[in-house]
Design a binder for this molecule. Structure first.
Ligand SMILES: [Zn+2]
Length: 604
């Protein structure tokens, strides 16, 4: 474990630097999804050296044992192989035999296409150093260099937040001030589209990796807006000299991962096909970019310095992801990507409405949802919705209500932004240490002049419904949850997921139940996960399409009969299809003067 934690780096700090730890990444076998790594370590003063691969990826709280992708690990000194062995699943232990310089060689198999895994093929290399580069125990705080070996005639672009060591005569040697920065610095080499732009004096780069043709200039315009708008909140300053937006477009992927000087954003090419889908991409970009401040820098104390080998428990992921989720939507509005009404609609439907469909919010507190992320959010069981509220979703609603609460209590003078700026100031004063729950409460209370200790404790540790009705009525917001008005044209009405309370998929030629939500008709009728739905009202459900078609043809309110199989035996049950809810949020037509002030501060 590293004793110090610093993820700040400026390119100029690495120029012409020297390093005693250098990795060479050879992409000669890229077509086999293989990267050959040579790790050269000098200035050794000990008899033994431990090389360790992290077991989890910062920002993604799950033990992944990435070492399973490493092979042929060997150590050499002066051309001779050294005595070395694995002493733990992630630790390679080398006897140095008196030498002060050794070389460790190994292969990495990299063929998982997500925003958090290395993936290498004949066309390109996307490298997540934390998944692939061993660290040298006890020497994490030294400068680390990385050299790339590849055919520059075939692969013409290299994008990385690592800093160039020799920018003029060697564009393949890069560096990081320490291992934490190296682990956090993504590398993409290939023929991706590169666009550069400048905001507030900082260099930015879009690295667009896509087989589909996507309008990179349009994305750059949106990124310029996102960067400048989010920076406004933090005093029109950016906490880096250079930042890379990696945008991976590939079928079937979605998600992102934040880094200190970059972010990885992964979307399906169809994400640019409609306004709704495009909004999801922009929201993802807003989200990952907001992490530049929140989580990469403002962070729970347990998340830096941390242990790369084991779980690092924190009850504060509601700060990391809840605050970011609230602000990603708010920045969609502030950037002008959402109109005011669209913003209210999204809050109603995708935030409060989405949380309303999670019965698990009464089972687990926000604190415990965060603390158990390692075995809950990142190890989803089909029953999760009924037992577990995500700290993204509930955390986002929590901060929304906290923002409104602060505005009300301060009579429209302060808002959550002030508290977040206070947290940012705290980071700037003491970047090596993260914050505790008490720090968060104290800083927000101090900056907004509103004592938030009781509501934060109540909402973070409580399992009751959050008091949104009370807050909305004081604020002049009208929230409504009511059954969707029935019209034949309303496609949404016929979504079987909403009518029944189950999700299904085709498996082995039958329609299999994947999830069942508590309190829905399916649950009341005893339908369970893994049951196979055979027929509805004696009509055979051949596959998901025919299942949906049969459901669509049935009116709500009528008793229907479902024939299913549980564990090899047939059963029949009946239920009444219900009308799904719709969620809306509007501004009251009769606002008091106070409420007008609240609204104008909130929707500034
Ligand atoms: Zn996030």
């Amino acid at each position: 474990m590293n004793s110090r934690y610093s993820i700040e780096q400026r390119d100029e700090q690495l120029l012409n630097s020297q390093a005693s730890i250098t990795y060479t990444l050879d992409f000669g076998r890229a077509a086999e999804h293989i990267m050959a790594v040579t790790l050269h370590i000098s200035n050794i003063i000990t008899d033994t050296v431990s090389c360790i691969l992290p077991s989890w990826i910062p920002g993604s709280y799950k033990i992944r044992d990435m070492v399973s992708d490493l092979s042929d690990v060997r150590a050499f000194a002066q051309g001779k192989e050294l005595s070395a062995q694995w002493v733990a699943k992630d630790e390679f232990f080398i006897q140095t035999q008196g030498t002060n310089e050794i070389t460790v060689t190994y292969l990495v198999y990299a063929n998982t296409k997500t925003p958090r895994n290395s993936h290498i093929n004949r066309w390109h290399a996307f490298v997540m150093p934390v998944c692939s580069l061993l660290y040298v125990e006890g020497r994490m705080n030294e400068i680390h260099h990385v050299k790339f070996l590849y055919n520059q005639q075939e692969w013409k672009e290299c994008s990385t937040s690592l800093s160039p060591v020799f920018p003029t005569n060697d564009n393949t040697l890069y560096g990081a001030l320490n291992y934490d920065i190296l682990a956090d610095s993504i590398i993409e080499i290939g023929n991706h589209v590169v666009k550069t732009f400048e905001v507030l004096g900082a260099k930015h780069e879009l690295a667009l990796v896509s087989n589909a043709v996507i309008d990179a200039d349009w994305i750059v315009k949106k990124l310029e807006k996102i960067v400048s708008t989010e920076a406004t909140m933090f005093g029109n300053e950016l906490p880096y000299d250079r930042y890379v937006f990696f945008l991976l477009c590939s079928p079937g992927i979605y998600g992102g991962l934040e880094h200190a000087r970059s972010s990885v954003n992964a979307v399906d090419p169809s994400a640019f096909s409609s306004e709704t889908e495009t909004a999801r991409v922009l929201e993802l970009l807003c989200h990952e970019f907001f992490h530049t401040w929140n989580i990469k820098r403002i962070r729970p104390r347990e998340l830096g310095p941390f242990n790369y080998r084991t779980e690092n428990y924190t009850g504060l992921l509601w700060l990391a992801e809840g605050l970011t989720s609230y602000y990603d939507t708010l920045f969609m509005y502030r950037c002008g990507f959402f109109t005011q009404q669209k913003y209210l609609d999204v809050l109603a439907k995708d935030n409060l409405g989405a949380l309303d469909k999670v019965p698990g919010r009464f089972s687990l507190s926000l604190h415990d949802s965060s603390f158990l992320a390692w075995v809950k959010l990142y190890a989803m069981s089909p029953d999760m919705r009924n037992r577990f509220p995500s700290y993204y979703l509930k955390g986002g609603v929590f901060f929304w209500l906290l923002d409104l609460y602060i505005i009300i209590q301060s009579n429209g003078v302060h808002r959550l932004d002030d508290g977040v700026r206070g947290l940012w100031k705290q980071y700037q004063q003491n970047p090596e240490i993260g914050v505790t729950e008490e720090d968060i409460i104290n800083i927000i209370s101090q900056e907004t002049k509103v004592d938030v200790s009781k509501v934060v404790k109540d909402w973070v540790y409580g399992k009751e419904e959050l008091p949104y009705e009370e807050i909305f009525s004081q604020f002049g917001l009208v929230y409504s949850k009511k059954p969707i008005a029935i019209t034949r044209e309303n496609d949404e009405l016929f979504s079987p997921k909403k009518l029944l309370g189950i999700t299904v998929s085709d498996k082995n030629g039958t329609v299999v139940v994947d999830t069942v939500t508590d309190g829905t008709p399916a649950r009341k009728a005893g339908i369970a996960v893994d049951d196979c739905i055979i027929a509805i009202n004696s009509k055979h459900t051949l596959n998901v399409n025919s299942f949906e078609a049969i459901l669509t043809s049935l009116p709500v309110g009528e008793l229907i009969e479902i024939t299913a199989v549980c564990d090899g035996r047939l059963y029949t049950t009946s239920l009444t299809l219900e009308i799904p809810f719709e969620y809306t949020l509007t501004i009251s037509e009769q606002l008091t003067e106070n409420q007008k002030a609240y609204q104008s501060l909130w929707l500034l």
